[in-house]
Design a protein around this ligand. Structure first.
Ligand code: TXA
Ligand code: MG
Length: 314
């Protein structure tokens, strides 16, 4: 085994927490059954205790020891985790008493995800148990999609970051609640609603009402979230004086970055957080403006992120 991976496992066994890449964003991992480890995660992020964490597993067998599956939820997990390998987090009834109550914030349900990334899977498999992980950033700040983004944000607070280069997908997993009928998308993300509906062959409900922190079915759906330090202006057609300008597709305006010059939403998602991070420089700009992103497919996940990132608290 790789010596850093070995070191990471050692830390996890000691109740320490480590950052590691997944297919979507970097996660901050800890033993899902260890109260101390999980409390460390909340402390390092400055995350409110009522916002539960996703439990990461290396496949359906491990997931079955934690959540209650029926035939349909098993076929959904099998399709998205094993066949198309897209980032879908499923919420099921919790059946395992060993999962720390801090992971689920005391809920009777649990969010389960199998990341499609060698380092993340090796970590879970070698640890040989479920790992809870939120995105590896300070609460409400930009989610990290590279080693250096994690290092610059919380690097001084944790013993180890595994380097897996840039994350392929770039925005977090889509979360679907399978304990409700019809199923409800709690958070749009790296797999599109269309992909999910096509597989299920039925409509799903997109939860739009739940974006208040305290009323919760997906408690992490804050109005303000994913934020750079500079103010962010969305649906911008041209930059104002002093603003950094982020383009999407073809434009006549001068831009500082283009999320995807060919207008590809997957490429845009991959570049989103790293671009915001790069331009988040108050010495150079007085704000960041971003062009409209088509609200289809994975664009719904992108727009969800930038809308929250641009939210101004009153
Ligand atoms: O792609 C991802 O999902 C990344 C990587 C690291 O796996 N993780 C991630 O975690 O985005 P985090 O903590 O930033 O977001 C977790 C979301 C929160 O919005 C939380 O409210 C929701 O999952 N969640 C967790 N458990 C839940 C539950 N039992 N019911 C409803 N929502 C839940
Ligand atoms: Mg997060």
């Amino acid at each position: 085994m790789d010596s850093l991976l070995l070191q990471a496992i050692k830390y996890l066994k000691q109740g320490e927490i480590v950052a590691a890449p997944t297919d979507t964003v970097y996660g901050l991992f800890g033993d899902a059954t260890n109260d101390d480890a999980i409390q460390k995660i909340y402390r390092v992020k400055g995350r409110p205790s009522y916002n539960p964490l996703i439990v990461h597993v290396n496949g359906i067998d491990m997931a079955k020891t934690i959540g209650q599956f029926d035939n349909e939820s098993e076929s959904i997990a099998n399709y998205f985790w094993n066949i198309v390998k897209k980032p879908l987090t499923i919420v099921l009834k919790l059946t395992n008493n060993n999962i720390s109550k801090y992971v689920t914030s005391g809920l009777k349900t649990v969010a389960l995800r199998c990341p499609y990334h060698k380092i993340a899977i090796d970590l879970i498999s070698e640890f040989n148990g479920p790992l809870a992980a939120p995105s590896a950033n300070t609460s409400n700040k930009l989610s990290p999609t590279s080693y250096s983004m994690v290092k610059n944000d919380i690097g001084h607070k944790i013993p180890l970051i595994l380097d897996g280069g840039e994350c392929n997908i770039g925005i977090e997993s889509t979360i679907i609640d399978l304990t409700r009928r019809p199923y409800v998308i709690l958070r749009p993300g790296g797999v599109s609603n269309e992909d999910i509906e096509a597989f299920l062959n039925t409509n799903i409900v997109f939860n739009t009402t739940n974006n208040n922190y305290n009323t919760v079915i997906a408690p992490g759906m804050l109005k303000k979230h994913y934020s750079p330090n500079l103010p962010l202006r969305i649906n911008a057609t041209a930059p104002h004086d002093g603003e950094a300008f982020i383009a999407f597709g073809i434009t006549n305006n001068k831009y500082d970055a283009n999320l995807s010059a060919i207008g590809d939403l997957y490429e845009a998602a991959k570049n989103l957080f790293s671009t915001l991070s790069k331009l988040d420089n108050p010495n150079k700009y007085n704000g960041i403006a971003i062009m409209p992103i088509p609200n289809t497919g994975i664009g719904i996940g992108i727009n969800d992120r930038i809308k929250r990132a641009s939210y101004k608290q009153k």
